[in-house]
Ligand binder design. Structure first.
Ligand code: C5P
Length: 219
C-alpha cells in the first residue's frame, strides 16, 4: 500500500532539496521534515559535549536528549529544540555529520522518529527517504545536479565560506555519504536535474510531476 500523503525528496548536498521541499510543503499544505537537520543536531550535540563521532554508545545517549517536533506555520516544519539553524550549519558540523550518520543503530533510531513525523503526511527530505524510510511514498523525487552547480548554490547560501572551502567540503561529504546511501535514485523515483533550473522552475517541474502521479495532493 502506498503512503498516500508522503512526498519523498532525496538527492545530494546542494542539489536544491531544501528549497524545493519547503516550497512544495507550502503548496500542498503538508508539514516539511528536513531529516538532515536531525543528523546535524546530533552532530552539533556531539561537538558541544566533546563526544567523538566514533563513539556510538555516547552518541546514542546524546540522541535521547534531542527533541524533534513539528512547529511554526506555512509550512509547519521540523524543529530541533535548543538548536538554531546557524549552529546546525557550521563548518564543524559539515565536517563530521556524515561520520555521525553512518552508524546503523543511529540510523534505525532516526528512521523510527522520521516515520512518526511523517505518519499523517509530509514532504520528507533526505538521502534515504524513498529507499528506506518511506519506500511506498506516493511520489518520490530525486534531485541531481553536477557538483559545480551544487558548489555554486551552496556558496550563495553559506556566506561564511568561500567556493574552494565549500567544494572541498562537498566532495568529502559526497564520498562519505555514498558509503551509507548510494547516490542514486531509489526505485520508482523521478529524477529532476536542477543544474540549470532556478528554484521557481524546480518547483513548477515538481508540481507538474505531482499533478501527474498524485493529483489529489495539489489543492
Ligand atoms: O541534507 P543535509 O545535507 O543537511 O544532510 C546532512 C547530512 O546528514 C548528510 O550529509 C548525511 O550525512 C546525513 N543524512 C543522512 N540521511 C538523511 C539525511 C541526511 O544520512 N536522510
Amino acid at each position: 500500500m502506498s503512503d498516500h500523503k508522503v512526498i519523498a525528496i532525496d538527492g545530494a548536498a546542494g542539489s536544491g532539496k531544501s528549497t524545493l521541499a519547503r516550497n512544495l510543503a507550502r503548496t500542498v499544505h503538508l508539514p516539511y521534515v528536513n531529516t538532515g537537520l536531525m543528523y546535524r543536531a546530533l552532530t552539533a550535540s556531539a561537538i558541544r559535549n566533546g563526544v567523538s563521532d566514533d563513539d556510538v554508545e555516547a552518541l546514542i545517549d546524546l540522541i535521547h536528549g534531542l527533541t524533534f517536533t513539528l512547529g511554526g506555520s506555512d509550512p509547519r516544519e521540523l524543529k530541533v529544540e535548543g538548536f538554531n539553524e546557524r549552529e546546525l550549519t557550521t563548518p564543524e558540523v559539515e565536517r563530521s555529520v556524515s561520520r555521525v550518520a553512518r552508524h546503523p543503530r543511529i540510523r534505525a533510531w532516526m528512521h523510527e522518529v522520521q516515520r512518526r513525523l511523517g505518519a499523517n503526511g509530509a514532504v520528507m527530505e533526505g538521502r534515504d527517504i524513498g529507499s528506506v524510510v518511506f519506500p511506498d511514498a506516493v511520489v518520490k523525487l530525486y534531485l541531481a545536479a553536477p557538483r559545480g552547480a551544487r558548489v555554486d548554490r551552496r556558496t550563495r547560501e553559506r556566506l561564511r565560506e568561500g567556493p574552494d572551502e565549500i567544494a572541498a567540503e562537498l566532495e568529502a561529504r559526497d564520498d562519505l555519504d555514498a558509503r551509507t546511501n548510494p547516490p542514486t535514485p531509489p526505485t520508482g523515483a523521478i529524477v529532476i536535474d536542477t543544474g540549470s533550473l532556478d528554484s521557481d522552475a524546480t518547483l513548477r517541474t515538481a508540481i507538474s510531476l505531482i499533478l501527474e502521479h498524485a493529483p489529489e495532493l495539489v489543492p
